[in-house]
Each structure stands twice: as C-alpha cells, then as structure tokens.
Design a protein around this ligand. Structure first.
Ligand code: 13P
Ligand code: SF4
Length: 337
C-alpha cells in the first residue's frame, strides 16, 4: 500500500464519500497513521474486520477482512489472532465475542449503535414469549447479545428466508425488523410455505427511507436498469427489485454483471466499495449513510490499538454468553445444512 495506490482507489469513488476526503494531501496526511496501525497490529497479534459500510480509508488501508455480517462473524470465529478490532457496530462486535470468548474484541466506533438492535430489549422478548406460547423466536443478527440469549436462532440478511423456511416450527415470532419481517411473510407466500409469522416493530432508519417511486422514475429513464435491494427496505421497494440480498450478495450480483445501470438501495458504503473494486459499473440514483457505521475512523482504530479503555472492549455477561452462542450456532447449523 502506497499513497499513490490509495489515491488511485479513492479516485474511482463517486458515491457516498466527500471528494475532499480523497485528496492526495489527505492520503498523505493519513499515511503515518496507517503505518502505525499496521505496525501495532503485528506487535499485538490483532486483525481488523470491517463491514462494507465503513469509510473507504479503513477498508483499503487497514482492514484484513471486509464483508457482510454473516461472513464477518465467521472471520471472527475462525481467526487465529488473539485480538479483533471490529470496525462496524456494537452488535457485530458482540457476535464476534460470543463466538470467540477467549479473544479480545475492541470496538473503535464513537457511536456504534444500530436503530434495529436498539428497538427491542431482552425484557420485551421475555414478555412476548409469555404472551405467545408455542412460537419459535427468531432474531435478526442486528440485536444485542441479551436479546439473542432469549431467542431460538438468529438469521442474517443472507440467510433469513431459508432459515425461516427450514426452521422446524410453523409458528414463528420474528424480531426486531418489521420490514424484513413483512418481506419474510411475502417470500414464504411466494414459496408456498405456510407458517404463522408475527413480527416486532423495529426498523433500520437508513433502509426504511427508500421509496418505490424512485425505482419507477429511474426505470423510466434507464431501460437497462437493475434494481438491487437490501431486505431491510420496505415491501413496496422489494416488490420492484430485480435482486434482493445481503450486502455481500448484492456485491456479488454486480460482480457478475458488467453492463447496464444499477440502482442499489442500501447504505452508500457498499456502492463506494463496488466503484473502487469493480470499476466501470454505472450507478444511478442516490443512497443514504449510516451514522453509526460512519463513526468508525482510522484515528479511532489507532486509539483502541494504542490506549484502549475498558469501555472499548466488548464484554458479554456470563449469564448471556452460552444462550446467545446457542442462538448463533443454530443459525450456522441451519444455514449450512
Ligand atoms: P449485511 O449482513 O447484509 O451486511 O447487513 C448488515 C446491516 O446492518 C445492514 O444494514
Ligand atoms: Fe443498523 Fe441500519 Fe446502520 Fe445497518 S444501516 S447498522 S441496520 S442502523
């Protein structure tokens, strides 16, 4: 990695980042920080995991793995290193710690929340379980550890439909995403799967904003448009999609299709990543930013490497650890069966 190669990558990005962040002088400014991070990673046996939504300078300068929440949880679980810096949001760091309790997991973001994870508490789930006997509780991975501990299995955006279909219960309570939950209900109907599915009322504040009228307007303008949608968007948007999938599944779709225009309805970071890694793809429309993912910075990563404070470490309550692990492992079992 050199200042020139970083600058060349940034030059390809038009969506989702400020052009001034990609000036050559900014790359030069960050270079000593990047070198210090790389040196400290080696000295402290640390890897950096980064979600596709975080800033490009993290992805291209210091990340060892970049992916969606399913892939990153497996990278965390399988890593040989003793320390993980998770540039994403808190629930992803928690998942890494639950899967690898012997590793240290550090979160560098200054505001690593998630509107979905924060929409439901463990107490809410306990109450729902009492009110809905006989229902299996499936949770999206975007939940806090104590919520996972109350649930039977978790899912990610890459496997939600298959897990709901395969889960051995015809009564399912899905938490916390009401839009994804409605999309699950619609997909089960399409697949001819008869299940009684109830949903909680959380939403992702980024994905709930996308509107189906944007799709109509752009289809009118670009006859070769492919509409790619994350399943946290609402059903009226999914109805118009050519492809629905997790961030990595959306990435792979574009990887295998060079021609035409793309409207990608998810956080801007994924579009930036595709522009940098799969040059020539033509994106249209707009995208939104997740302030929580964007609270990760190179400075924050350096800080937790150099001077971590107790609150930078993910800690999981002992009473929660085993039950949350069971919930996550059930997902791996079903997803990989
Ligand atoms: P993915 O698992 O698709 O990366 O989704 C995570 C997320 O938080 C999307 O908003
Ligand atoms: Fe949570 Fe939405 Fe941000 Fe994903 S994009 S981390 S679901 S707030």
């Amino acid at each position: 990695m050199t200042v020139d190669s970083l600058y060349e990558k940034f030059n390809l990005i038009q969506f989702g980042e400020m052009p001034e962040d990609h000036l050559r002088s900014v790359c030069e400014h960050y270079f000593p920080i990047i070198n210090e991070i790389e040196e400290l990673k080696k000295q402290t046996n640390t890897i950096v995991l980064a979600h596709s939504y975080v800033k490009s300078n993290i992805i291209y300068a210091v990340a060892d793995y970049v992916g969606d929440s399913y892939e990153l949880s497996k990278n965390a679980r399988d890593a040989d290193e003793k320390r993980i810096i998770f540039a994403a949001v808190r629930f992803m760091g928690e998942t890494a710690k639950i899967l690898s309790p012997d590793k240290e997991v550090l979160i560098p973001g200054t505001d690593p929340a998630c509107s979905l994870a924060d929409s439901i508490t463990a107490e809410d789930v306990r109450k729902l379980k009492k009110e809905n006997p006989g229902y299996a509780f499936l949770c999206y991975i975007n939940t806090n550890a104590d919520v996972k501990a109350e649930c039977d299995a978790c899912v990610t955006s890459s496997n939600v439909y298959n897990i709901v279909e395969k889960y051995p219960s015809d009564k399912i309570y899905f938490v916390p995403d009401k839009l994804m939950g409605q999309n699950v209900i619609d997909e089960m109907e399409k697949r001819g799967v008869k299940k009684d599915i109830k949903v909680w009322n959380g939403t992702c504040y980024v994905h709930e904003e996308y509107d189906a009228s944007l799709v109509d307007a752009l289809r009118e303008k670009y006859k070769d448009l492919s509409v790619l949608v994350h399943p946290e968007c609402g059903p009226s948007v999914l109805e118009k999609a050519d492809f629905v999938g997790s961030t990595s599944q959306l990435y792979n779709f574009v990887k295998h299709q060079k021609d035409g225009h793309f409207l990608m309805l998810t956080e801007c970071g994924l579009i930036s990543r595709i522009e940098a890694e799969l040059p020539g793809r033509k994106f249209v429309g707009s995208c939104s930013l997740c302030k929580y993912m964007k609270s990760n910075t190179l400075e924050g990563i350096l800080r937790v490497l150099k001077n971590p404070t107790p609150s930078d470490y993910v800690q999981i309550d002992i009473g929660v650890q085993d039950r949350a692990l069971k919930c996550i492992n059930r997902m791996f079992e079903i997803a990989e069966s």
